[in-house]
Design a protein around this ligand. Sequence first.
Ligand code: ATP
Length: 248
Amino acid sequence: MTLLSIENLDVRYGQFKAVRSVSLKVGAGEVVAMIGANGAGKTTLLRTLAGAIRPASGRILFKDKDVTALSAHERVKSGMVLVPEGRRLFARMTVEENLQLGGLVKRGGDWSVDRIFSIFPNLVKRRHAKTGTLSGGEQQATAIGRALMTNPDVIFFDEISLGLSPLVVDQVYASLAELLKSGVTVVLVEQDLKRAMAVAGRAICMLEGQVVLDRTMAETSRDEITEAYFGLKRGQRNDHGHGMGGAH
Ligand code: ATP
């Protein structure tokens, strides 16, 4: 069943089109990885889906309802939530207070502060710490927890790994393993191709604002994704001057 449907989406910053004619569908329970170079438009697309940016044209349908005109808050209430790049926590509030903010939308569901602590046990001892004093990994866990507290149907992760050490990224993904299998729909931006291929069932590659590849992981390959990432035709790949984190 299609949960999220994006039709001909264009997003501009002034004259510049950061997202161009993007159409795609995400099925309920899918885990989809968005892959693309810096500036490809991934963050812009996720922020547009979450309602932080208005598209110039196109439509976003969620559970068969047109949500294009809804505010970010209304979208959270309808079951879409973004874990933004850079985490954006309230630094002077505690971990628990940040988590409780997520619960304020009062959507029914199983997520509670205790359940968040059960998937991120490292946070328990930091429960009353102000989030400004946390490590990057603890902040990321809190940001994910705050999003889960809204009991989302779909969760958008923008670069979970950004600014975290490889060890901490491993820990965050290990904590998410259960979540990724739990049936919640996930769209995640992940620069590390190996990791993206391990956790997601489908890859969507963006290049200069457009979707250039949309395949299940079973139908595609590391080489094909790499070529889409760099905008190469098959066989044109060379390994110079790239910036693809974790691709090699
Ligand atoms: P990154 O991995 O660097 O976040 P991305 O694929 O998420 O890359 P976006 O951040 O969506 O890409 O940026 C897409 C394009 O839009 C880039 O060319 C970027 O410079 C431009 N852009 C992003 N935000 C703005 C803004 N607020 N004003 C003007 N241009 C912007």
